[in-house]
Every structure is written in structure tokens, then in C-alpha cells.
Design a binder for this molecule. Structure first.
Ligand code: PRP
Length: 188
């Protein structure tokens, strides 16, 4: 690992920053859902955030997961690969994302879940990157808003790597394209 590669990384949130951010978001979600809430995590990136968020909340929480197919660049078509197991009719539901980027995932899932008549449906994301938004989605709860830069860690991956980093960091996508493992030696 060269110093040049390491210097490509910029830590946006260290583990203490993540903890403080999660505690703030958990307090916001808890205050708005005093009767309890279903946290609907979007696989796979939301898992670290959802796990910490659920434990930081001061209300009754049920946890469930959704998964969708990636957007195909040509058609934009997506479909549910894994649906919720919980019946959300009449319940307060929060979709939990690691990142809202184009907003297409949140838009699609919000439309799907709203058809089931939840009492309330909102979107909570650890990272919000509004510069790349395509769909008119404004997340209700946001951990950190970032400009148009590539980030890894705390659920966010590059080709499946780096999700378990306990930090959120920017990385150089050109370096990763050249070598997806480029930052592993520096970060683990
Ligand atoms: C990522 C992320 C969000 C989605 C956000 O998922 O986890 O679910 O993209 O992007 P959008 O706002 O542009 O729709 P990805 O398909 O990469 O799957 P992953 O969670 O398994 O990494």
C-alpha cells in the first residue's frame, strides 16, 4: 500500500462520529413514532446502520428486510427480490437505507409499501447524496449529507468490499476501478 493510495481516503465520520450520528437519528425517529415502528431495511447496505439504529431507539421496534433487483440502465425496471414478512397495514414504517442517491430505490419501495396502507411511511438514510437525485425523494431522516463523491464503509461497498468498515470515508473511484482491493491493506 503506497502513501499515495492512503491519501486518497478522507474520513468523513470515524466510529465516534457514526455513533453520535446514529444516536441523533434514533432520537428523531423515536420521537415521531411513540407507538413503535417497523424498520424496513433495504438489503444489503443498510444492515450496519439498521442494527445500530434499532439498538439506539427508545421505542418498540420490529425489524424486517426488503431486497430489489438493481436498476438496469436501459429500462429502469426493478422488481422486489425479497418482500417484507410483516403485514404493515396500519403500522408506522420507516424504510432504512445506507444511501439515497438517485432516489429511485426509495421511490420504488415507497410506492410499493404505500399500497399496503401503512399508518405512516417515511425514509431514513445514513448518507444522503442529493446531487445525483433523479426521483423527487427527500428522506425524512438523514445521518449525513454529502456532495457528489464516492464513499465506502458502514454498509457502503465497492463490489462487495468495505461494507464492514466502522468508518465512513471518501475513496477515489478511479483507484478502485483499477484495483477493487486497493484500500484493503490500509483499512483493515
Ligand atoms: C444501493 C444502496 C441503496 C441504493 C440507493 O444499493 O444500498 O439501496 O443503492 O441508490 P439510489 O438512491 O440511486 O436508488 P445497491 O443496489 O448498491 O445494493 P447494496 O445495498 O447491496 O449495496
Amino acid at each position: 500500500m503506497t502513501d499515495a493510495v492512503v491519501s486518497d481516503l478522507q474520513i468523513l465520520l470515524d466510529s465516534r462520529g457514526i455513533e453520535a450520528t446514529v444516536e441523533r437519528v434514533a432520537a428523531e425517529v423515536s420521537a415521531d413514532h411513540t407507538d413503535g415502528v417497523v424498520l424496513a431495511g433495504v438489503l444489503r447496505g443498510s444492515v450496519p446502520f439498521l442494527a445500530d439504529l434499532a439498538r439506539a431507539m427508545s421505542i418498540h421496534v420490529r425489524i424486517d428486510f426488503l431486497a430489489i433487483t438493481p436498476y438496469s440502465p436501459g429500462t429502469g425496471r426493478v422488481r422486489l427480490l425479497k418482500d417484507l414478512d410483516i403485514d404493515i397495514t396500519g403500522r408506522d414504517v420507516v424504510i432504512v437505507e445506507d444511501i439515497v442517491d438517485t432516489g429511485l430505490t426509495s421511490e420504488f419501495l415507497s410506492a410499493q409499501l404505500n399500497r399496503r396502507n401503512p399508518r405512516n411511511l417515511s425514509v431514513c438514510t445514513f448518507v444522503d447524496r442529493p446531487a445525483r437525485r433523479v426521483a423527487p425523494i427527500e428522506p425524512d431522516y438523514v445521518g449525513i449529507e454529502i456532495p457528489e463523491e464516492f464513499v465506502i464503509g458502514y454498509g457502503l461497498d465497492y463490489e462487495g468490499r468495505y461494507r464492514n468498515l466502522p468508518i465512513l470515508a471518501t475513496a477515489d473511484p478511479a483507484v478502485l476501478k483499477e484495483n477493487p482491493d486497493a484500500y484493503i491493506a490500509a483499512l483493515y
